[in-house]
Structure formats: C-alpha cells, structure tokens
Design a protein around this ligand. Structure first.
Ligand SMILES: [Zn+2]
Ligand SMILES: [Zn+2]
Length: 369
C-alpha cells in the first residue's frame, strides 16, 4: 500500500510501497479515508521530534476497520474510527487518576516499534498512527469508534487538531461563559481553540497571529477581535482590548519561548496561561520571577487537549453534528498523498489551516473487493 515515508530527517517524504504486518494481539488494521497534515508531522520531518527511520508519518486520520487481531474486543470489521496517537493503557496511575493524556504507556507503540516493511527493511510509524498511508495498524485503544454516518474526512481532523485545540480551552483552561480568551497562533490547532472558546461562551475571543490570512480564518472560526503581531506588540494590544487587565485565559499554540512569554504577559493576574505549542528542548522560557508570585497566574502545559480520546473524540463528533463545531472551516485544501511535501511548504508559509490528504473512499473500495 502507498504511504508517505520519511527516509531521513530533513529530507522530503517519499511515497513508497509499504507492507504492513498483520495485526497482532489487540491490534486493528484501518483503511485510512483521510489524514490531516499537522505541524508535528513537520517537526518529525525536520528532525525537531526524534524518529527512527524509515518511518510512515501522519497522526491525524480516520477510516474503516478492515481487520482485527486476536483479543480485540471493542471493534469489528466495518467500524468507522478516528485514529488517536495516544493509546491509553487504562491501568497506569495517570489513567486511573483521570489524566489519560499522560498515560505512561500511551505511546509505547510509537516512534521506534516496527509495524511493517518498506523494500524489505523494517519501517516504524511516527506517533504510532501512520496515517499518511492507505492503511495502518494501531492498538485497539488508538482506534476510537464513531458514528458511521459522520464524514470520515471531517473526522480525520478530530484525531489531533480538534481534540487538542478544543480540549485545551474546554478541559485545561476551562473557560466559562462571559470570560475573555486570547489564542496565540492560528494554525489548525489554534483555530480549533478559537472554536472551543466560542463553544465555551467566551465573550471576547482575541486571535493573535503574524499572518493576516490566518487572522481572517480566525474571525470565520469565531474570533471577536484580532491582533496582528507583525504590526504591533501583542501583549499591549490584548491588554488594551481587556480594560488594561489582560485576558482571563491565554492559550499559546505556537511553541516558541517568545510567544510563551508574550502569552504569559497578556494574561491577567490570576488568569490561566495554557501552553499547547510544541517547543524545542533547548528553547528556554524567561518570565520575571517576581511576577510568578505577585501576579498568581496559573501556567499549565496541555498535552492532547487534556483529553481522554475514548470520551472526547465521540463528543467532538456530536458537537459537529449539531453545528456547535464547524470542521469544514479547518480544511483549507484537499490533496493527494503525492502532494504532502507541498502541504509542509504551505504550512510554513502560513497559507493553510489544514491540508487534508484524501485517499480513495474506503467503503467504495471495499465494495469492489
Ligand atoms: Zn498533531
Ligand atoms: Zn495508562
């Protein structure tokens, strides 16, 4: 089957013929209908996130279960699923404590574990998802069943961008109706966070970015105000929009020390600073030490939207069905797997919220088998 393979960090992906290992104990094979191209894929491609190569990239997809391995109990052939890059074990201290997103074993199957071959060589899959491919093999816990009448193309984005962005606002920041929220960075995850803020009833939703086109997208997604950080000091601008106090909640979706410090600066005393962006290991954030005590802000990291995939993925589907989330607004363009490198370029240029790689309709293909 066709897959987008990273041969070596820093090189473009190659579309190659990958042979998957048959699903083992507790594993399922999923025919992928569509996969979003997330910034973390780019981070694996350029080496910022370490990855054993060769590897199939992609971690935000949806499709149909076509084969189940031994001891799979919750899924059967034909089930529609969203692929989650986290496969919670349900028995570790974090899972038992309700912090499923921190599961000690949630990515044991990712990054290094071989799951097939390419040209006879073992191939692993980034994030344990491998959704830049016509098919993937994932643990049962990483394939979350959704209603079969829901569009698989829209569902693909739920796997990472939507759960992460909406979850950061709803689960981690816990925005209440009438509060103010600033979202720093308006890529796919940031725009999902804007929708999350709208969903939470935030009175003021301030979108911050350096690209005018993304700020326009933010308004379409529900932002009430925009700040172009390429033209002004975003901290001063957000303070001005919030009566000089700063936002009740500020959410960083970029992953740079400078934007994290700005996000801290634009948060009011006692407010929450939620960091969603994936930064680099050697990038140190600098915050005035006195302010940490005096201003009593809560700085919190947020992995995978603080979500439990089994709880939150079907919830995002339900919210989309009633129009409370609009996933179409997050899909800028539909492409084929062969154009994945151009999707990385478009992402770096700030041209897209999400490029969606669409594979052949899995149901249509199934009927031909
Ligand atoms: Zn992602
Ligand atoms: Zn666990």
């Amino acid at each position: 089957m066709k897959a987008g393979v990273l041969r070596r960090a820093g090189e473009p992906l190659h579309v190659e013929d990958v042979h998957l290992t048959a699903p083992g104990d507790g594993m399922v094979r999923v025919r992928i209908a569509a996969s979003g191209v997330c910034h973390s894929d780019l981070s694996v491609q350029n080496g910022a996130i370490p990855q054993v190569t060769p590897a199939v990239l992609g971690h935000e997809g949806a499709g149909v279960v076509v084969e189940v391995g031994p001891r799979v109990t919750s899924l059967t052939t034909g089930d529609h699923v969203v692929v989650s890059w986290l496969a919670p074990c349900r028995i570790c201290q974090f899972c038992l404590g309700g912090r499923v997103e921190l599961c000690e074993h949630g990515i044991d199957h990712a990054f290094a574990e071989p799951y097939g071959t390419v040209n006879g060589e073992p191939v692993s899959c980034a994030f344990g998802a491998g959704t830049f491919a016509e098919e993937t093999v994932v643990p049962e816990a990483a394939a979350v069943q959704i209603d079969s009448d829901f569009s698989l193309e829209r569902a693909a984005l739920i796997g990472c961008a939507v759960v992460t962005g909406v979850g950061a606002v709803v689960n981690t920041a816990d925005v209440s109706p009438g509060e103010t929220a600033a979202i720093v960075g308006c890529g796919g995850v940031g725009l999902a966070a804007v929708q999350g803020a709208r969903l939470s009833g935030a009175a003021l939703i301030i979108a911050v970015d350096r690209v005018a086109a993304k700020l326009e997208m933010a308004v379409a997604n529900g932002a009430t105000h925009t700040v172009d950080a390429s033209l002004c000091d975003p901290v001063a601008a957000v303070r001005e929009l919030t009566g000089g106090r700063g936002a009740d909640h500020a959410i960083e979706v970029v992953g740079l020390s400078t934007t994290i410090a700005q996000t801290y600066g634009m948060t009011r005393r006692g407010g929450t600073v939620t960091v969603v962006g994936a930064g680099a290991f050697d990038d140190q954030v600098s915050i005035p030490a006195l302010s940490v005590m005096v201003d009593a802000k809560r700085i919190q990291g947020c992995v995978y939207g603080g979500a439990d995939p089994a709880r939150d993925i079907p919830r995002m589907v339900d919210l989309s069905k009633v129009g409370a989330l609009d996933l179409d607004l997050l899909i800028t363009t539909r492409i084929r797997i062969e154009d994945v490198n151009d999707a990385f370029r478009a992402m770096l240029a700030g041209e897209v919220a999400r490029s969606l790689i669409v594979f052949s309709d899995p149901l249509e293909e199934e009927s031909h088998v």
